[in-house]
Write a protein that binds this ligand. Structure first.
Ligand code: UD1
Length: 417
């Protein structure tokens, strides 16, 4: 297994280019199942989660070519409407092929995704949405078995705004007869990107990015040549790296509106930055203040940046409070940050961070994707060497993180353990 060795205390500076969004790429790749034509996707990041989705698409029957920075997805000879346990267990987002296969083939057999480290993460809302469209769902030997003769347009009201649920049901709804309406839909930019991609293939979707999405059913979707949005979570991570360890860092090729909630809290905390079109220039070195944060669905503060922000706040003056409202078990980085000298206490879903003067390098363990990123950030500013084990979590969602950080002047070494 790979680990990172980070020599802390180096000032970072320069420009870092943000890659394509992981969380937009996964549903968009699943949505290529909705057409028999070729699809060209630009700006898809080279990440292990994306490779898992490509493996799953190949298993189902797509052929994938890589050309420069594009992926070309073509229809293969034979289609197999199944997603086996081995592929789903490594990545929960594999369940997104369910909606696409229901939409295109009217049947699917997809392994039930288990829980995961950050919480139970049920898919009841996905299934409720499919059922509203007339789909019959059975659970057989750990698999979701879905079948439908004709997808009917209907009103789907989600009990909670779910990103994956909205995306999954949207993919099934594009071919529904009579038009579907999704209410209390997730408003995340990745949902909007999926809707834009589906529309580029001939779907008729409006309202994505608001709580009500309207879908006028169509008979067929055609191919597309589409560019995926930049990864807002990666952008926020490098922005925080700059605030903690800069120098002056230019975070380039992002959509600043997508991280507005993060920028607002950073500003409140005293981070020095300016926003220019698709770049943010952030300058480190300021004394930061403690702030209060509550994670919320978009446009609120993203749960996927909670751990990284906590890392920054470990050294802010005074007390910070972070309430995690989306996932019940997403504070696994706390013990590791405390091992590095932070002073954080957790009560239920609230973390109370008492600012300390400095962090010290220590051996720590990555527990999930964003928790790993928070440890990398802490390692950049800690005195001495930080060793982060289980870096495979990080490789799921950050493209060449050590290369990007080293290009900024950090010292991050990948080693085999
Ligand atoms: C997506 C993101 C993940 C991010 C999360 C919240 C991808 C691949 N992953 O995950 O990085 O942290 O959004 O922004 O895009 N819920 C239910 N029933 C359901 C579905 C969800 O109760 O059927 C609950 C979940 O337990 C959670 C909340 O709804 O408390 C939000 O989850 P959801 O938006 O579905 O997250 P994901 O799509 O899994």
């Amino acid at each position: 297994m790979d680990a990172f060795l980070i020599e802390g205390g180096r000032k970072i500076g320069g420009e870092v280019k943000i890659s394509g969004s992981k969380n937009a790429s996964l549903p968009i790749l699943a949505a290529t199942l909705l057409t028999d034509d070729d699809v060209i996707l630009k700006n898809a990041p080279d990440l292990s989660d994306v490779r898992t989705m490509l493996k799953l698409l190949s298993y189902i029957g797509k052929e994938i070519e890589k050309k420069d920075d594009s992926l070309i997805v073509k229809q293969g000879e034979k289609i197999n409407t199944e997603a086996p346990y081995d592929l789903v267990k490594t990545m929960r987002a594999s369940v997104l092929v369910l909606g696409a296969m229901i939409g295109k083939y009217h049947r699917a057999r997809v392994s039930f995704p288990g829980g995961c480290a950050i919480g139970a993460r049920p898919i009841d809302q996905h299934l409720k949405g499919f059922e509203a469209l007339g789909v019959k769902i059975d659970i057989e030997e750990g698999y979701i078995v879905a079948g439908v003769k004709k997808l009917v347009g209907n009103r789907v009201v989600f009990d909670v705004p779910t990103v994956g649920g909205t995306e999954n049901v949207l993919m099934a709804a594009v071919f529904s007869e009579g038009g579907a309406v999704l209410e209390n839909a997730a408003m995340e930019p990745e949902v909007v990107d999926l809707a834009n991609f589906l529309n580029s293939m001939g779907a008729k979707i409006s309202g994505a990015g608001t709580p009500t999405i309207q879908v006028e059913g169509v008979k067929k979707l055609h191919g597309s040549d589409y560019s995926i949005i930049p990864d807002r979570i990666e952008a926020a991570t490098y922005f925080i790296a700059g605030a903690m360890a800069g120098g002056e860092v230019v975070v380039d090729s992002l959509i600043p509106e997508h991280i507005e909630a993060v920028l607002k809290k950073a500003d409140e905390s005293g981070v020095d930055f300016s926003v220019e079109d698709s770049r943010i220039i952030v300058r480190g070195g300021r004394k930061l203040r403690g702030v209060q944060i509550k994670t919320q669905p978009y446009p609120g503060f993203p749960t996927d940046v909670q751990a990284q922000m906590m890392s920054m706040l470990t050294r802010a003056q005074g007390i910070s409070v972070i309430v995690e409202t989306i996932f019940e078990n997403r504070f696994m980085h706390v013990n590791e940050l405390n091992r590095m000298g932070a002073n954080i206490k957790v009560e239920d879903r609230t973390a109370i961070i008492n600012g300390v003067k400095k962090l010290k390098g220590a051996p720590v363990m990555a527990s999930d994707l964003r928790a790993s990123a928070s440890l990398v950030l802490a390692g950049l500013v800690a005195e001495g060497v930080t060793k982060i084990s289980r870096i495979y979590h990080l490789d799921r969602g950050y493209e060449s993180m050590e290369c990007k950080l080293n290009a900024l002047g950090a010292s991050v070494k990948r080693i085999k353990e």
